[in-house]
Design a protein around this ligand. Sequence first.
Ligand code: GLN
Length: 250
Amino acid sequence: MFAKNLKITIAHLYPKLLNIYGDRGNIITLVNRCKWRNIEVTVDSIDAGDNIDEDKYDIYFIGGGQDQQQIQVAGELQKQKEKLFNAAQSNSVFLAICGGYQLLGHYYQPHDADRLEGIGILDAFTVAGKKRFIGNVTAKLLSENTNGELKTLVGFENHSGLTYLQGDTKPIATILTGNGNNGSDKTEGARYKNVFGTYLHGSLLPKNPHFADFLLSLALEKRYGEKIELQKLDDKFEIAAHNSLVNKKY
Ligand code: GLN
């Protein structure tokens, strides 16, 4: 039995500044996977200078970007820090990609610029490494981060930042191919409550429909206070795209 008249609201944080490698495709995937199920979905772009209504959104998305754009967004996020922190504590879902991910931690220390203060939703920190990690990534999801048949995440990484997790912030997956958080501890991404960060561009969700639905399930549970079964979709093309990339290096 599937619930009727469902709704999900999404805040797309700073899309004009953090949107490299097609990270906007994650929003398109979330919207389509709602529409295909007749779930009403709205997306608000939150731009520089906008004030966030922390009670309005079920999902927050922030994409990746180069150091320059990160500097501007870091300043904006500091102005919204308390609201975003409250949203995370009330189990809103966050998906943050690469540069956006780095800014949800305590700080990002670029190579040749001042340290960028993060908003500390994730107990993590990032320092620029000497080498830029560029290439395909396959990672095995930790069991608590998926409810579908597929157990891997595939995507593309392009970052020099090395991210280290601490405290209650745990990885979302372990690296099978590629580098992930820092190229040394075999972790990829981060999760605290319903806040997810990942280095996977691609964009991530079109080729990882199971993870998209996992995030939608969490967002519905947060909004309606109970687990709601999502109607199954015919994902043959998405799964074929996913499997074509599993353990593909180049
Ligand atoms: N500028 C950051 C880094 O190089 C993030 C890059 C990105 O978002 N792809 O690590």
